[in-house]
Design a protein. Structure first.
Lengths: 108, 346
């Protein structure tokens, strides 16, 4: 299972991408609960907000999260609870760059 | 309600006074002219946005800086209040000074009483989050991250960024521009314009002397780039192996159609950014004088739709320039010429 966290927006408008691959059984058993804990079906696409500001705050980050076939887009202020755990875990693993850890970079 | 007995043609002549000796009377005349225009507009059509709020005597700045201590609870612990001595923490002191410089520009150049026009106290929180790569206005206060140390330094380092974020507050309390597509790019551009003006006013730089860079000093030395954006030459602020190249267009010929970034609000803002810079360079002198006055009155005068387009905004700035300085004025010509150069139809 491939997990990708893409963070766009901010005053600099640079898009950062963190990716991890859960390939082995132990990796899947570590990541599956983190993914399952997130309420994927309860998320509205914030890009459909009438004024473009789902949290009423310009220059905040926007997160697009993918895990296998699942995907969700959340404003920064909604990245709480299990979403926060998944995002932070992905970022940490990707930045450690250990074997199977993943990749961290910018979308150019 | 303020009423004016002075005829508009005399107000126009007073408003056009360029000498510093007459700056106060010129500003007062421009205020009165705008009021005349607003009354005329109110008589002929229903307002589409809240009218600008004007007070002739802005109240003194009232600042408080808080420390989030790497957490994300706002506002955090207060560490410096108005009149307190410097703390020695650069983030705290830069935020305190930046709030003051921003308040000064609005008060001195535009007669605005703080961000909301009603004298609201200015609050800022520093050391927000862990390696947090951003600064933002949350609708009530400023928030600054410390940066990650690899790409970004602390965000209080740039006065134009502080001014940019506080300008989002001014937009929120005036034109209320949407944050998507062209209205969003105007929203972003207006923040860059007033962010640049805060920095230029503090440094006492003319339009010719100014860098016109937004976020200078935010990148670490490892990054090949001078700033986040260049208003003078959009698309040239950075070109880095890791970050890529500054994607801003400098005219409608290279306008970017995209769904990301709320429809390219930080990308296409390069076009109106360059238009403002061209106005200032054409007129010379201080950009916070006539050019800033035209943009400020356009933003706060109540004529803009929240879903404005580049063309509607360009027309509004030309109408403001005509109202303030006259149809045959250099200011009106400069505004029309700038939009023509960036290929926005008037």
């Amino acid at each position: 299972m491939k997990i990708t966290v893409e963070r766009s927006g901010g005053i600099a408008a640079l898009t950062r991408v963190w990716t991890v691959q859960a390939v082995t059984t132990s990796e899947k058993s570590r990541w599956q609960p983190l993914v399952e804990a997130c309420p994927w079906d309860a998320v509205d696409d914030p890009r459909q907000a009438p004024d473009g500001q789902p949290d009423g705050q310009p220059d905040r980050f926007m997160y697009s999260i993918r895990a296998g076939q699942r995907r969700a887009t959340l404003p920064e202020t909604a990245v709480t609870g299990p979403w926060r755990v998944l995002v932070e875990s992905t970022r940490t693993a990707a930045e450690e760059s250990r074997p199977g850890g993943g990749e961290a970079g910018f979308r150019r | 309600m303020v009423c004016s007995i002075v005829p508009p043609y005399i107000l126009r002549r007073l408003a056009a006074q360029g000498s510093p000796r007459f700056s106060a009377v010129a500003r007062a005349a421009r205020e009165a002219l705008l009021h005349v225009g607003a009354v005329h507009a109110a008589r002929t059509s229903a307002p589409t946005a809240p009218a600008g709020i004007r007070q002739l005597e802005p109240s003194p700045v009232n600042r408080s800086v808080f420390d989030a201590k790497s957490g994300e609870s706002l506002p955090g612990q207060v560490v410096r209040k108005e009149g307190d001595a410097a703390t020695g923490d650069p983030a705290v002191d830069e935020a305190y000074d930046g709030l003051g410089h921003t308040h000064s520009l609005y008060a001195d150049a535009f007669g605005r009483n703080s961000i909301d026009g009603l004298g609201m106290p200015l609050k800022a929180t520093v050391h927000f989050g862990r390696m947090y790569d951003n600064a933002f206005w949350d609708g009530q206060q400023m928030v600054f991250g410390d940066g990650d140390g690899e790409v970004f330094e602390r965000f209080t380092r740039s006065l134009s960024v502080i001014g940019h974020e506080l300008a989002h507050g001014v937009t929120q309390f005036s034109a209320g521009l949407a944050y998507r597509n062209q209205a969003g790019a105007i929203n972003e551009s207006v923040s860059d314009v007033f962010g640049a003006l805060v920095e230029q006013y503090f440094r006492k730089q003319t339009a010719a002397e100014a860098s016109w860079l937004i976020g200078e000093g935010l990148f670490t030395p490892q990054v090949e780039g001078s700033a986040l954006r260049s208003m003078k030459a959009p698309g040239t602020a950075y070109d880095d192996d890791v970050l890529g190249k500054d994607p801003q267009p400098d005219s409608m010929d290279s306008y970017v159609r995209t769904r990301s970034d709320n429809g390219g609000v930080h990308i296409n803002s390069g076009i109106p950014n360059r238009a403002f810079c061209l106005v200032a360079q054409t007129l010379g002198g201080n950009a916070w004088d006539a050019p800033g006055q035209i943009w400020y009155e356009t933003l706060t005068g109540g004529s803009l739709s929240t879903a404005t387009t580049f063309t509607a905004f360009a027309k509004a700035t030309a109408a403001t320039a005509k109202e303030l300085f006259g149809e045959e004025s250099a200011e009106h010509d400069a505004v029309r010429g700038a939009w023509e150069t960036v290929k926005v139809k008037l």
